[in-house]
Design a protein around this ligand. Structure first.
Ligand SMILES: Cc1cc2nc3c(=O)[nH]c(=O)nc-3n(C[C@H](O)[C@H](O)[C@H](O)COP(=O)(O)OP(=O)(O)OC[C@H]3O[C@@H](n4cnc5c(N)ncnc54)[C@H](O)[C@@H]3O)c2cc1C
Length: 143
């Protein structure tokens, strides 16, 4: 945060950003309840700074709870085959994105992998001659 927003930089303070997931049981709860549970978790994770036995007690100065319902796809058993592949039945049309067929669920890793798989399919199509190479002659195929 202090790298991207210099106004927030303070060498004596820290900002923690935490994600509750899955949030089904939490989305309807009050901000106070969520913060209370978060602080309890921080006591477990960082006993040096939080809780009754903290050596260097830290205090919570400010918090903000953001609730994003339906933020990611639910990982439900048996649904993987329903994700579309990167190669589609439509010529010259490829898909990338966390929702496509790839081994990770909806995540940044999944999104990156889907992009690689889409690039691979494009390269295969060029090699097979089913996709025209760029007219300016630039190499589309990466080694
Ligand atoms: C609150 C939240 C927390 C998350 N936390 C994590 C995490 O900690 N770790 C992790 O790995 N993943 C996390 N994820 C998931 C991760 O962010 C996504 O899986 C990933 O960003 C998906 O990448 P993507 O490129 O497939 O899709 P996106 O990043 O959604 O990109 C799709 C882009 O297409 C654009 N678009 C949509 N429709 C059109 C259109 N018609 N024309 C032009 N552009 C269009 C959108 O504006 C968007 O920019 C989180 C997601 C959310 C919402």
């Amino acid at each position: 945060m202090s790298n991207t927003c210099r106004g927030y930089a303070d060498p004596d303070r820290s900002m923690l950003e935490l994600v509750f997931a899955p949030a089904k049981e939490w989305i309807g709860r009050s901000d106070e309840e969520i913060i209370q549970a978060t602080m309890a978790e921080l006591e477990v994770l960082f006993p040096r700074y939080f809780g009754p036995n903290a050596e260097e007690p830290a205090c919570l100065r400010k918090y903000h709870v953001v609730k994003t319902p339906r933020s990611v796809y639910k990982t439900t058993k048996g649904l993987q085959p329903y994700r579309p592949a990167q190669k589609t039945p439509i010529p010259n049309f490829f898909l990338a994105g966390d929702y496509t067929q790839q081994m990770y669920f909806a995540s940044m890793e999944g999104a990156v992998l889907s992009g690689k798989l889409a690039a691979h399919e494009i390269c295969k199509a060029v090699q097979a001659g089913t996709l025209p190479a760029r007219q300016d002659g630039a190499a589309l195929l990466a080694s």
